[in-house]
Design a protein around this ligand. Structure first.
Ligand code: CA
Length: 222
C-alpha cells in the first residue's frame, strides 16, 4: 500500500515513518502543501495522512483540491487543532477520518487499516480473509489450519496488496508502485522474486501469471 504522509513536523514524521514502514506501507513524505497538491497526479496513492497546518498551502485546501481532481483514496486528517469546527471542516472537505494530536502511533496504524479495509469492502479486524486465504496483519503471517506461516516484510506487503485487490489483473509496474519504496527496493525483478516466494507459501495456483500483462490473485479454490 503506497501511503502519502504530509506533515511539516520533522520530529513527528521521524517518529511515524519507521512505524508506518514496519506496518508494511511504502511511504512518501512531503512537508509543503503545494507539493502535496500535485503528488497524487505523479504517484498513485492508496491512502494519505494529511496535517492541516502546513507551509505553502493549508491541508484543507489541499484535500478539497484532491477531491475536486477526482482522487478518491482515503484521507486521514491529522492536526493539533482538534476542535469540533476543524473536525467538521475536515470531513466537509472530504476527509475519511480524523485524529487529534497528540495520539499513539498504534491508533494511527489501526485507523489506517480500517480505512483501507473499508475502501476495499473488507471487514475490519486483525485478520483479512479473501478467496480462502487468511492474513494476520498484526503478526504479518498467513493463517492456516496447521498454524501460522510467517512472511518477510516484502512478502507481507505484496500479499496484502494482492488480497485487497482480489481477482484484479495487476501489472508488474503497478505492483512495484504500490508495494515498494522508491529507490531502495525497485529492482526490475523484485515483483517476480516475491511472487515466487509467496507461491511457495500459498501454493502455486494462488497467484496466476498473465503473460505480458501481470499477475492476478485468485486464492485457494475449495
Ligand atoms: Ca503542522
Amino acid at each position: 500500500m503506497r501511503l502519502l504522509l504530509v506533515e511539516d513536523s520533522v520530529a513527528l514524521a521521524d517518529e511515524l515513518l519507521p512505524q508506518l514502514r514496519s506496518e508494511g506501507y511504502a511511504c512518501d513524505w512531503l512537508v509543503d502543501g503545494r507539493d502535496a497538491l500535485a503528488a497524487p497526479g505523479v504517484d498513485d496513492y492508496d491512502i494519505a495522512v494529511l496535517d492541516l497546518g502546513l507551509p505553502g498551502m493549508g491541508g484543507l485546501e489541499v484535500l478539497a483540491a484532491w477531491r475536486r481532481a477526482g482522487h478518491r483514496f482515503p484521507v486521514l486528517v491529522l492536526t493539533a487543532r482538534d476542535r469540533w469546527t476543524d473536525r467538521i471542516a475536515g470531513l466537509d472537505a472530504g476527509a475519511d477520518d480524523y485524529l487529534g494530536k497528540p495520539f499513539h502511533p498504534r491508533e494511527l496504524a489501526l485507523r489506517l487499516r480500517a480505512l483501507l479495509r473499508r475502501s476495499n469492502a473488507s471487514p475490519a479486524g486483525a485478520q483479512l480473509t479473501v478467496l480462502g486465504i487468511t492474513l494476520d496483519e498484526t503478526a504479518q503471517a498467513i493463517c492456516t489450519a496447521a498454524g501460522n506461516v510467517s512472511l518477510t516484510a516484502a512478502e507481507f506487503r505484496l500479499l496484502r496488496y494482492f488480497m485487497l485487490n482480489p481477482g484484479r489483473l495487476l501489472s508488474r509496474s503497478q505492483l512495484q508502485d504500490h508495494v515498494y519504496d522508491h529507490a531502495s527496493e525497485r529492482q526490475s525483478n523484485v515483483v517476480e522474486v516475491y511472487v515466487s516466494k509467496l507461491r511457495e507459501k500459498l501454493g502455486r495456483d494462488a497467484i496466476e501469471t498473465r503473460r505480458g500483462q501481470g499477475y492476478c490473485f485468485v486464492g485457494q479454490r475449495a
